[in-house]
Design a protein around this ligand. Structure first.
Ligand code: SF4
Length: 373
């Protein structure tokens, strides 16, 4: 995808428009022309001039009236483990991050953001310290995917585990998914998309009722209601008993196993009673528990204590206790930590993307492109 110049924003942007919205905005073009434009946009072309199957006067007319994209890559970092993190500049100067992860089998997963910042302030998450700048529109979500795909074309999975709470931006997320899964364009399978939520009850119900049917992950962190409210303020108005009810409902409607994620904070939610509380919450649900050893972020504290990773002994004991309670437990791969691209570490992009110190990272890493400010 071309990233050299931030597009002018005085014109409507076409990326991220579902087919029907594109047809509307391109009226009176016939449907086969709309199809052609719809298929060109995901290719990340530099301009309308590259739409070579359109007549030249039409290309010029489109160029005058519309922009193709609205974001640019402002910085790129790579971890030796294959993780790529992009800082992406939005048309209004806000920055977001998107990450590409590679697992042991070489499968690529795009981790996308749905908000610039996040209003929910989970105490273990760097994004949460930034507060919310604004929701992203569907084009801004779509372009993260296109930017990552321009680096690694064979993206197999998408997870909404980047910056922001996806269920607080459901309308734009749905538009993005409509574009992404439309078989007239990319035709990405819904089964390969997972949404991770901090537990917005109304959003889960909405998703259960209206779809689309996605993989659902709940960032549970702990089944201890009092502790969860202190770690994740969202829990004050989305209490655990009601959250469990809505997960049942989701499972009944969508018929899919749910992932319970637990970010493990050494000495805070790794105690015996925490594993018991988590197992009690899981009881009766069809779940897999995904343990995420906390990924370090400087200067993060909880009630006066500096956060720390769980020790390997804490992690092993916690896993064993859950397994003894009959739960299926997996552990999140520790990917992208050296570039602050792992879970909970996003949000470092500044007004200038990545600083030179960050971007030129260390020997052994492949470094990129600094910035087209
Ligand atoms: S963990 Fe998710 S919901 Fe919580 S502050 Fe971070 S981005 Fe927001």
């Amino acid at each position: 995808m071309q990233t050299a110049v931030l597009p002018q924003q005085d014109k409507p942007v076409l990326s991220g428009l579902p087919w029907e919205a594109l047809r509307e905005i391109l009226k009176p073009l016939p449907e086969f022309r709309v199809n052609q434009v719809f298929q060109w946009i995901p290719r990340g072309i530099a301009s309308f001039q590259q739409m070579t199957d359109l007549a030249l006067p039409l290309r010029e007319d489109l160029e005058k009236r519309f922009s193709l994209y609205s974001t640019v890559i402002a910085g790129r970092m790579e971890d030796p483990d294959g993780t790529v993190k992009l800082s992406i500049r939005l048309h209004d100067g806000a920055y977001i991050e998107a990450v590409l992860l590679v697992d042991g089998a070489g499968r690529k997963t795009a981790c996308l953001s749905t908000q610039a910042g996040c209003p929910l302030g989970c105490v273990f998450c760097k994004t949460g310290t930034r507060g919310l700048t604004r929701n992203l529109n569907s084009g801004e979500i779509f372009e993260q995917f296109l930017h990552l795909r321009s680096i690694r074309p064979d993206i197999a999975n998408i997870v909404f585990m980047g910056m922001g709470e996806p269920l607080l931006n459901l309308p734009e997320l749905r538009k993005f998914l409509a574009v992404l899964t439309d078989t007239r364009g990319i035709g990405f399978s819904k089964r390969r998309i997972t949404l991770s939520t901090s537990g917005i009850i109304a959003g889960i119900r909405d998703l259960a009722d209206q779809g689309p049917a996605l993989g659902l992950a709940l960032s549970l962190t702990t089944g201890d209601a009092a502790l969860r409210s202190r770690l994740m303020p969202v829990s004050w108005c989305n209490p655990l008993p009601k959250l469990k009810e809505v997960l049942y409902y989701y499972q009944q409607r969508q018929g899919r196993r749910i992932t319970l994620e637990a970010v493990l904070l050494g000495g805070i939610n790794t105690r015996h009673e925490d594993s018991e509380a988590l197992a009690a919450f899981a009881q009766g649900l069809d779940v897999v528990v995904n343990l995420i050893p906390w990924n370090p972020v400087d200067a993060m504290v909880f009630e006066g204590r500096s956060l720390r990773e769980p020790s390997s002994r804490e992690l092993a004991a916690f896993t064993r206790r859950l397994e003894q309670r009959g739960l299926k437990v997996t552990q999140r791969l520790r990917k992208g930590r050296s570039i602050a691209g792992a879970c909970g570490q996003l949000g470092g992009a500044s007004q200038e993307g990545y600083s030179r110190r960050e971007a030129v990272y260390t020997e052994g890493s492949v470094v990129s492109a600094r910035i087209n400010a």
